[in-house]
Write a protein that binds this ligand. Structure first.
Ligand SMILES: CC(C)(COP(=O)(O)OP(=O)(O)OC[C@H]1O[C@@H](n2cnc3c(N)ncnc32)[C@H](O)[C@@H]1OP(=O)(O)O)[C@@H](O)C(=O)NCCC(=O)NCCS
Length: 332
């Protein structure tokens, strides 16, 4: 008789956010906006901005180092590094390879996955699949973003929403019969909606040129209202489907860690699931939307704040450019 596959567990978490705080009031000196407008529409009060010497790989390496320490492991124990980012240090080599050398990890496979704000859930599923082949022991998954480097600081409709930071987790196979771990993933994408949220320049379609710079094509562009409606729909679906698939009632969830993009989107998820907002872990007010870093920073803060207890059922749920979306069900 074949035994049940060993579950993938989260062995450790870590995060890093830059020191520099940019408040809504600071932003009102840069563009025509106000703390009142930003807070009532989004729930954001402030965000962190990386220094000139900080990049996706430096922040990601720091978050990764803290996750390895938290897991009680050493650099040598890591044999897979997957980074989720839409602001890599450079088009190539991958940010994961840059993190590898910064952490002194000598014997690992390292690569990036680009799934925008859903990136962390995508890399968790990819790394879990690799671990379940039995060929690898411990995977370091990192969501890291320097979004300030692609924001148009003349565009008040986008620059007020985002921030910088990194979050990480070490995934490993749990012991046979172990009750905690990742229960399921439900990921999705719809490339027909690619034009609602994108950075048009900088790839091979529109390489850097004087014209691309004059046309501000290297900055993030978003049709906010459309993204809002799509986000409400796909996040709700991703959450409902994974719960139904696993026979879990919303009321059985001890904690929901959503992608931290907008408080109104999170509130709509809370009412669709009939789960009080107090059961959601939120840090959106402090960091804004940090894309692929958003869920792992929140996860790490929830762990360190003692919000997650052994045996808890936890839902992670995200959406982002692509469109991409996803949900992950965990038993802590
Ligand atoms: C961006 C968002 C907050 C805008 O809120 P909204 O209620 O849809 O606002 P609108 O875009 O309709 O704009 C309303 C007005 O506010 C103005 N406005 C936009 N940004 C502003 C700002 N930062 N400060 C002040 N006014 C602003 C607009 O110009 C518009 O003015 P007008 O009526 O005179 O034309 C909202 O659409 C949103 O959260 N979308 C989802 C974004 C998101 O989560 N993206 C990440 C996906 S991972």
């Amino acid at each position: 008789m074949s035994s049940a596959p060993r579950p993938v567990i989260i062995k450790g978490t870590g995060s890093y956010t830059p020191q520099k705080v940019l408040t809504n009031n600071d932003l009102s000196d840069i563009v025509d906006t106000s703390d009142e407008w930003i807070f009532t529409r989004t729930g954001i009060r402030e965000r962190r901005i990386a220094g000139d010497d900080e990049t996706a790989s430096t922040m990601g390496a720091e978050a990764g180092k803290r996750a390895i320490e938290n897991a009680g492991l050493n650099a040598d124990d890591i044999d897979v590094i997957v980074v989720g980012t839409m602001t890599p240090d450079m088009p190539f080599p991958s940010t994961a390879c840059l993190v590898q050398t910064k952490l002194g990890i000598s014997n690992a496979i390292s690569f990036d996955v680009e799934a925008a704000c859903s990136g962390f859930l995508y890399i968790m599923e990819v790394a879990s699949g690799l671990l379940q082949t039995g060929r690898y022991r411990n995977a370091l998954v990192i969501g890291t973003e320097k979004l300030s480097s692609i924001l148009d600081w003349q565009d008040r409709t986008t620059c007020v929403l985002f921030g910088d930071g990194a979050g990480a987790a070490v995934l490993s196979l749990g012991e046979e019969g172990c009750k905690s771990g990742i229960l399921d993933f439900k990921l999705g994408s719809d490339g027909s909606k690619a034009d609602v949220l994108l950075q048009p320049g900088g790839g091979c379609a529109i390489p850097a040129s004087l014209a691309s710079i004059e046309n501000r094509q290297h900055f993030l562009k978003m049709r906010g209202r459309e993204v809002f409606k799509l986000a409400v729909k796909v996040m709700g679906q991703a959450a409902v489907e994974i719960l139904e698939q696993n026979g879990v009632e919303p009321d059985q969830l001890n904690c929901v860690i959503p992608h931290q993009a907008n408080m109104r989107i999170i509130e709509s998820l809370s009412s669709r699931l009939h789960i009080p907002i107090e059961r959601f872990f939120l840090n959106l007010d402090k960091y804004g939307n940090t894309s692929a870093a958003s869920i792992p920073i929140a996860l790490d803060e929830a762990v360190r704040a003692g919000r997650l207890k052994s045996g808890d059922t936890i839902l992670l749920v995200a959406f982002g450019a692509g469109l991409t979306w996803g949900s992950t069900l965990l038993r802590w």
